[in-house]
Design a protein around this ligand. Structure first.
Ligand code: GRF
Length: 198
């Protein structure tokens, strides 16, 4: 018998958290296979924290600046918060810190990320400007498992968005972001159904 309980998900953010909000909303639907139980930020002023609180989700901040150059100590504090909330799956959503192999290993096959390109194209930053400069007909977004290489893990889902002749990085990023808000909840739901049926 598959376990019927929603998978307990934490979302890690550094900023506005629009993907985070989409994940919270999806997880609050009846019968959703996951529930966002914690939003964690490395920045005390991340706009997404207030959004999460307004939606009734617990939040915590573990400010990386308090740990200086000791990335792993910062991650150990993050991990303690995840454990305290019985988190089963971690969703990175605009979390702007590179992860050490330690945290990646702790959450191996249980940590997802959304990236604003059709991976393996354009890992890293400035994806929309790079797609436009290359003359690509399509841009888009990918949800992937997190592995040690940046934006390199197995892709779980993708959504393509046509590039228009007059697109700027800003206009393209707006349309890709709208696609992200549909792709991430759908892909996370599929992933959580799968891990419950294992
Ligand atoms: C998104 O474009 C996401 O793909 C990237 O960072 C951005 C975060 O936006 N990793 P938001 O904080 O979810 O609004």
């Amino acid at each position: 018998m598959p376990d019927p309980r929603p998978v307990r998900v934490a979302v890690l953010i550094s900023g506005a958290g629009s993907n985070m909000a989409a994940l919270i909303d999806a997880g609050q639907q009846d019968g959703a296979p996951f529930e966002v139980v914690l939003v964690l930020s490395n920045k005390p002023d991340a706009g997404g924290l207030a959004v999460a609180q307004a939606k009734g989700v617990a939040t915590a901040t573990v400010d990386h600046r308090a740990f200086g150059t000791d990335r792993q100590a910062h991650e150990q504090a993050l991990d303690a918060a995840l454990t305290a909330h019985d988190v089963e799956v971690v969703a990175l959503a605009g979390y702007m810190r590179l992860l050490t192999p330690w945290l990646v290993g702790r959450w191996s096959d249980r940590m997802l990320n959304i990236h604003p390109s059709l991976l393996p194209k354009y890992p890293g930053l400035d994806t929309h400007a790079r797609a436009i400069a290359a003359g690509d007909a399509e841009a888009g977004c990918s949800v992937h498992l997190v592995t040690e290489g940046v934006d390199e893990g197995p892709v779980l889902g993708q959504s393509a968005v046509p590039v228009q002749a007059d697109d700027t990085p800003a206009s393209l990023s707006q349309r890709v972001l709208a696609a992200e808000h549909a792709l991430y909840p759908r892909t996370l739901a599929d992933f959580c159904r799968q891990i419950r049926s294992l």
